[in-house]
Design a protein around this ligand. Sequence first.
Ligand SMILES: Cc1cc2nc3c(=O)[nH]c(=O)nc-3n(C[C@H](O)[C@H](O)[C@H](O)COP(=O)(O)OP(=O)(O)OC[C@H]3O[C@@H](n4cnc5c(N)ncnc54)[C@H](O)[C@@H]3O)c2cc1C
Ligand code: SF4
Ligand code: SF4
Ligand code: SF4
Length: 412
Amino acid sequence: MIDLGDKSKCCGCSACVAACPKGCLKMEPDDEGFLYAKAVNAAACIRCGLCERVCPMRNSPEFPVARHAYAAIMGDEKALARTSSGGGFYVLAKDALEFSGGGVVFGAAWDKSDWSVVQKSADSPEGLEDFLGSKYVQSNPKDTLAQAQTLLSSGRRVLYSGTPCQINALNLFLRKKYDNLTTVAVACHSVPSPAVWSVFLENYCLKNSVSSIRNISFRRKYDTKYYGKSCMGFAVENGAEKAGKPQNYWDTPFGRAFIGDLISRPSCAACPAKESRCSADFIIADFWGANFEDPSLNPRAGLSAILPNSPKAEETLARLVGKFSLLRRFPYEAAAKRNEGIRRTRKPNKDRDKFFAEFTRAPNAAAKYKVLLKWTTPPLKIRAKKTLKYCIRAVLCELGLWKAVGKLMGKK
Ligand SMILES: Cc1cc2nc3c(=O)[nH]c(=O)nc-3n(C[C@H](O)[C@H](O)[C@H](O)COP(=O)(O)OP(=O)(O)OC[C@H]3O[C@@H](n4cnc5c(N)ncnc54)[C@H](O)[C@@H]3O)c2cc1C
Ligand code: SF4
Ligand code: SF4
Ligand code: SF4
């Protein structure tokens, strides 16, 4: 039986649970809300070794990598507004659905009973809506690996999307290649703790008088007053009304904890699925820094980078050119060099363990939120500098001088 003692060697994919023929394993959350495989019926183990063979943390071979990337924006403007970057995922998913015989798409959606994130399937365009937009919380794979296998074996077209380790887990679990399967991995900085998310959301709803959540977006596209377009708006919709204005996700305590690697899953510091270790047909990402390649491109407004990793991916993109309002080829490096989610495994934050020790000890949600604030509020000096920068920009914008000053300073 697989050794389950070391948390940094489990990414929570559930492949071992799905593969075990004797029901010896089960997924269970820890205090941080991350799911881990756990032995529940060790006596029944027949030592077949399947659990080890399907584990993406223990099997991480090299695959061919994309040699180029496409900057992409999809043509359907209505759907584009609900996506995080350029909507690359939607075009691929819609194509899979429309395949003759009808395809099935798997992706990450909100579980609206508790606003956690789960993997599930959809076989209609309405169902795809649930997958749009990045949810920066680890998704629970549930039994989607087995569901996908059943569909594939019956000959249905399947598109499975998820984090790179979830895609590697699916491919290992399947143990054979299926022509009717397309896999799409989102580039992945890391996945944040579901327990911290739940505390953050509870506090957000209390502070903003949100009584009934209708939807949550980490990546609402909106016009900021002084910084132009942004695709990083965090917003919670309350009942029929919109709750507050979207705010910059990176300025929320949860966003700061995520980007600072304070609340990432331990296995992300030993990611088995970055770059050439990712077995997905496609990697989809934000094309950060595209404006340095071509100043007419604006990633802040939402621009996808699509990296085709297989001949199947290249063929699919060639067929779908007409579905994009922009599909332009760049060298792989242009998309990868400024994007750690594609390129590099993140180092763990040195304070991670201290943070979680305090967070776990705190007796209730209010006290836990205080711990989150304590560890994520920037020092006064940094906040003052940021406010000053904002004020200078605001004044220059109001006077109509920002563009001229920006040009003088060589800003793109
Ligand atoms: C946890 C996380 C970290 C990321 N880190 C980076 C990064 O460092 N750099 C980068 O360029 N891009 C990153 N991304 C991807 C990026 O946010 C966009 O999802 C991507 O650019 C695709 O955008 P889109 O407009 O094509 O599709 P969208 O419609 O915005 O996204 C939908 C796709 O995202 C998937 N998805 C959403 N939430 C999750 C989740 N919790 N787990 C698994 N899959 C999910 C859906 O299944 C679907 O495939 C990350 C995404 C997630 C979820
Ligand atoms: S060795 Fe086989 S039977 Fe034992 S836990 Fe692993 S998969 Fe299950
Ligand atoms: S990474 Fe996946 S397969 Fe490996 S132990 Fe964890 S849940 Fe099981
Ligand atoms: S960083 Fe790697 S291990 Fe962590 S969720 Fe993303 S793909 Fe999985």
